[in-house]
Ligand binder design. Sequence first.
Ligand SMILES: [Ca+2]
Ligand SMILES: [Ca+2]
Length: 397
Amino acid sequence: MDSKPGKNHQELPPNGISSNLNGRVITNSLKTIRDIPVFWLIALLASIASQAIAQAQSLNVNDFVLSGDTRQLGDRCFRLTEAVDWASGSIWYKAPIRLDASFEMQLHLMLGCDDRTGADGMVFVFSPYAQVTGRPGEGMGFSGLYPSLGIEIDTWENEHLSDPPQDHVAILQHGYVDHLFNLEGPVVIKNVEDCQLHDFDIRWDEPNKILSLHLDGARIITYHGDLVKELFGGNPVVYWGVTAATGKFNNRQEICFEKLEFSTVATPTVFTPAEARALLGGKLSTLAHISYQSGSTKLLPESEQELNKLVQLMRMNPSHKIIIQGHTDNQGSSQVNQKLSEQRAQTIADFLIARGIRPDRIQVQGLGEDFPEHSNDTPSGRLKNRRIMVQLYKPKA
Ligand SMILES: [Ca+2]
Ligand SMILES: [Ca+2]
């Protein structure tokens, strides 16, 4: 690890990431106990007491996927680019996190030592896809990613992107680095290409729908909006990572994690090889564990894991298309059941589309009560008849 003026990586206390596994908060601040004000200590103890199942988790390089020119520095710092032209690097946290819960990330950023000709900057990227990287150079590894949320720290003025001449931050959407399409900003900040580590906090206050950034203790930008609804079509589960790039000009760009606190979800599992083979082979299959609120089109939470498997399968096999069939039992009028079966099949389509599956790969059919597979005379038979069936196929070229 290189020594540098200002705050040194070695000064950071060891061991600090906090997260929330499967909705369970895990808190392990990097700060030592004596650094924590009494109020926060009480809050921390109360949090630990109320989360008896919580356990501490150390920051581990294995929590991240490193790509491009990224190098690990110590146990929680990464160099995303060296001070060379046309470099790009990214790190991605492996587990997806939830945007329907608040989160906070406390970091230290080093944007390089060259203010005059330093470039290009860094972006915190949130995407339904794991480990995606956009265009380098002025795109900073964010350009072109859809759908997405990006928080940029930009150190190079690109006039055609409406960049101010000074270092600046902005909240970006959908892979656009042009400030015409900003959610918020650009906000000019002090020069950060000064060889120093700068404190940088990202806070998502979910109840109030406020995303805010703090630089060296001062709030520099705030965005008020429903990120889940506005950017991700209602899908609260996203991956996050940090990307950086250089272009015709360059800087060394590094990041260190001080504290991370967010809600993670279990990494989406995949179908077993046998299940995947059957589906890809065109077998009309009933999706297990898909449940709706009674008489409603609202999916119950336990359906999500099964549907995530379907999303993964569709992503891994981009030339396959899918037919989604909704079926009901024979309770109520056949007209109502017809409509309900269409609407329920559409909720599955909407789930896939919100996670980036193209609508032209999806066909929806409502088949009402006409194709029972079990007796409608018993509750368990009716439960089985209320089902979603899917069939994948590969269109002939
Ligand atoms: Ca720029
Ligand atoms: Ca600068």
